[in-house]
Design a binder for this molecule. Structure first.
Ligand code: MG
Length: 157
């Protein structure tokens, strides 16, 4: 039995926060605003996994009203999501993540991001793809007001 899932998330860029994408700290003058570490890429991935297993969404499992998730590393959230999916009898096969950001340039970080995701999901790095794109300066990502991310996954029983 195989199932697919898709996830999408957006966070606002702001001063005075670290920029964390796929568990990696990125050198940039701004960071993403959020209750957790605001790792938009991992939030999209969590939603893709939860979607594939018909387990709802990240907001249901980790409400932003809960103090215990304040500032939490989204790598921990991802590990918990993989556990929830596992409890339903499914294992992740692969993940494909796209990060949409005008700046900064993410290519130097991609390999480390793949490593972080593969490790947290318990799968081989060859089954994790991370890519980054700009929007040619169009829209909120293009104006550097925020960063969005999408993810798709396959899980199997
Ligand atoms: Mg989010």
């Amino acid at each position: 039995m195989i199932r697919t899932g898709f996830g999408y998330d957006v966070h606002k860029l702001t001063e005075g926060r670290d920029l964390i994408l796929c568990g990696e700290k990125i050198e940039y003058e701004k960071g993403l605003l959020g209750h957790s570490d605001a790792d938009v890429a991992l939030h999209a991935l969590c939603d893709a996994l939860l979607g594939a297993a018909a387990l709802g969404d990240i907001g249901r499992h980790f409400p932003d009203t809960d103090e215990k998730y304040r500032g939490i590393s989204s790598i921990l959230l991802l590990k918990e999501v993989v556990r929830l999916v596992g409890d339903k009898g499914y294992a992740a096969v692969n993940a494909d993540i796209t990060i949409v950001a005008q700046r900064p340039k993410l290519s130097p970080y991609i390999e480390k991001m793949r490593e972080n995701v593969a490790k947290a999901m318990g799968i081989d790095i060859d089954f994790v793809n991370v890519k980054a794109t700009t929007t040619e300066k169009l829209g909120f990502e293009g104006r550097e007001e925020g960063i969005s991310a999408t993810a798709s996954v396959l899980i199997e029983k």
